[in-house]
Design a protein. Structure first.
Ligand SMILES: [Fe+2]
Length: 156
């Protein structure tokens, strides 16, 4: 087994960085979904939701940077073009969504997809003994699960 300068298996690290790039691409789509609903939301709950969506996209923006810098830390290059993001995207793309329930449902559906990718990464980072990636995924999963709960409570 060949170890890199972090003391991690070189091959497993490359594989993890590829998966983190998949997560990065999908986070960017999620981020853009949030910008879209922040801008386009209409109705009697506009003021609440407009602010809530800004809070969520600010958080997503911070996480995008953490993922990209983790990829760099692992010795790989973070994807940064819309072309790559679209090619790797599995998060649903929300377009022209202005109705509040549709907007919140888009958030839940996006997070469900992100959680799936994060759990895949968590399995691999555990196996590779990559604690940095592992703890990042744990934090993301915990926070996003809580957001899913809140969004579903709002929807019900
Ligand atoms: Fe704004």
């Amino acid at each position: 087994m060949k170890l890199n300068s972090l003391g991690l298996d070189t091959k497993k690290t490359k594989d993890l960085a590829d998966d983190l790039n998949q997560l990065l691409a999908n986070f960017q789509i999620y981020y853009q979904n949030l910008r879209g609903i922040h801008w386009n939301i209409k109705g009697k709950r506009f003021f609440d939701l407009h602010v809530k969506f800004e809070e969520l996209y600010t958080d997503a923006n911070m996480k995008v940077d953490l993922i990209a810098e983790r990829i760099l830390t692992l010795g790989e290059t973070p994807l940064h073009t819309f072309e790559d993001y679209t090619a790797k995207g599995s998060v649903p793309v929300g377009k022209n969504i202005s109705q509040d329930e549709k907007a919140v449902t888009l958030i839940v559906d996006s997070l469900t997809q992100l959680l799936k990718i994060e759990r895949q990464i968590l399995d691999k980072s555990d196996d590779a003994n990559d604690e940095g990636t592992n703890s990042m995924m744990s934090d993301f999963i915990t926070e996003q699960e809580k957001t899913v709960w809140m969004m579903k409570a709002w929807l019900s």
